[in-house]
Design a protein around this ligand. Structure first.
Ligand code: MG
Length: 161
C-alpha cells in the first residue's frame, strides 16, 4: 500500500541593495539580495513549506521561528536538512518537487543546473526529481519592479507500507 501526498509552498522576500542573494543555497551575484531573518533563501523556504504541507506538519515558521535568535542569519540549507529528516522519521520519501522562481533580474537561466544540483544534493534526490523554472515579473508589481523575489513550489511525497 502507498500513501501519496501533495504539498504547496510559496515564499516572498523583499530585495535590498548590497545584501547577498541566495537561491537554493547558491550565491547569485547581483546588486540586491534578500531581506530576511535567516539568509532569506526564498526557494529553500518554499520547498520546506511544500514538504511540510505534504506531510501535514505545519510550516517553516512553526519549526524555525523568525523570532528566535538561533535562526538569525542562519543558512536556510539547515532548515531544509531538518525538514527532510522530519519527513524521513515519519516514513515519507520525496517523489518529486517542482518550483518556479519569479525574479525580474538577474536571469537565472545559466545558474539553474547549479541550483538544481545543490538542492538535489541537500535532499539526496536522484537526477530529475527536482525541477526549477524561472520567470520574470513582466516589469510590473513587486517582482517586476525588482522589489521582491517570489517562489511557488509543489512537492509530492509517498509512504510505502
Ligand atoms: Mg522566507
Amino acid at each position: 500500500m502507498t500513501d501519496i501526498r501533495i504539498g504547496l509552498g510559496t515564499d516572498l522576500h523583499r530585495l535590498g541593495e548590497g545584501l547577498p542573494l541566495f537561491i537554493g543555497g547558491v550565491f547569485v551575484p547581483h546588486y540586491k539580495g534578500c531581506i530576511g531573518h535567516s539568509d532569506g533563501d526564498a526557494l529553500i523556504h518554499a520547498v520546506c513549506d511544500a514538504l511540510l504541507g505534504a506531510a501535514g506538519m505545519r510550516d517553516i515558521g512553526y519549526h524555525f521561528p523568525d523570532t528566535s535568535d538561533e535562526n538569525k542569519g542562519r543558512k536556510s540549507s539547515e532548515f531544509l536538512l531538518g525538514v527532510v529528516q522530519m519527513l524521513k522519521e515519519a516514513g515519507y520519501e520525496i517523489v518529486n518537487i517542482d518550483c518556479t522562481v519569479h525574479l525580474q533580474k538577474p536571469k537565472l537561466r545559466d545558474l539553474i543546473p547549479e541550483i538544481v544540483a545543490n538542492m538535489s544534493r541537500l535532499m539526496q534526490l536522484e537526477e530529475g526529481r527536482f525541477s526549477l523554472k524561472a520567470k520574470t515579473g513582466e516589469r510590473i508589481g513587486a517582482v517586476g519592479n525588482e522589489e521582491a523575489i517570489e517562489v511557488v513550489c509543489a512537492a509530492l511525497i509517498e509512504k510505502i507500507f
